[in-house]
Design a protein around this ligand. Structure first.
Ligand code: ATP
Length: 235
């Protein structure tokens, strides 16, 4: 479904991605794990058209993905960036409607809103609340819900559990599994390697801009080197 081939990204003199190859198949949850600065967000930003890349190619369903974020959304790819980035001065409901701004199927949009509210009952309770006053966990749910409002086929989730209390971390991972059950495909970037591997079908390990390991998530989780580097605190 999504294919990244030999991707190189530079920030001036910094070579952030050094020939990344990655594939995501329809219906999968694929996790990318890696330490700070490995290039995980850079990879998602390149896929969603926010970054220019000098070398390599990104294909989605055999079509080239270019550097135009709105076109990328129209192709069915939705990126929920790190740090939530909700519209702080708008209500929950208006934030969700913003997620559908490229759609013009009014009935589909309201049907979708109900689905998002079913997935995130907390957002339904708070639909008139100003987004900037939501808790961190609620803002994360809103960012994911807004992403779903574009009716994507694949969601790119960047660190959805970052900064959340343990109970909420579990809720967010449960919701990711529910989103997959809705028929969506998920590419998940996470520092919480333990949880990310526990829900994924396959995983890639990104180290200093290169994929250093890949395979079935359960196998990656059993790899002693990976356990030492990324799962140590969870054993
Ligand atoms: P984290 O888990 O800490 O968010 P990451 O794996 O997502 O890290 P990136 O944010 O993709 O890593 O950064 C990869 C490298 O590129 C880092 O060395 C970072 O400093 C650098 N970098 C990222 N964005 C820029 C930028 N706009 N300008 C210059 N360098 C950048």
């Amino acid at each position: 479904m999504l294919k990244v081939m030999n991707l190189h990204v530079y920030y001036g003199g910094i070579h952030a991605l050094k020939g990344v190859n990655l594939e995501v198949n329809q219906g999968e949850i694929v996790s990318i794990i890696g330490s700070n600065g490995a290039g995980k967000s850079t990879l998602l930003n390149a896929i969603s058209g926010f970054l220019k890349y000098k070398e390599g190619e990104i294909n989605y369903k055999d079509n080239k993905v270019g550097n135009n974020p709105s076109k990328v959304v129209k192709m069915g790819i939705c990126h929920v960036p790190e740090g939530r980035l909700v519209f702080a001065n708008l209500t929950v409901k208006d934030n969700l409607n913003m997620g559908a701004y490229l759609r013009n199927d009014k009935n589909g949009i309201s049907e979708h809103l109900e689905k998002v509210f079913a997935l995130f009952p907390r957002l339904k309770e708070r639909e008139k609340q100003i987004a900037g006053t939501l808790s961190g966990g609620e803002q994360q749910m809103l960012a994911m819900g807004r992403g779903l409002m574009s009716n994507p086929e694949i969601m790119l989730l960047d660190e959805p559990s970052l900064g959340l209390a343990p109970l909420l971390v579990q809720t967010v991972f449960d919701i990711i599994v529910d989103i997959r059950k809705m028929g969506k495909t998920i590419l998940l970037v996470e520092q919480n390697a333990y949880k990310a591997l526990s829900i994924a079908d396959r995983a890639y390990v990104l180290e200093q801009g290169k994929i250093s390991a890949s395979g079935r998530a359960s196998e990656i989780a059993r790899d002693p080197k990976i356990q030492e580097a990324y799962l140590g605190s969870k054993k």
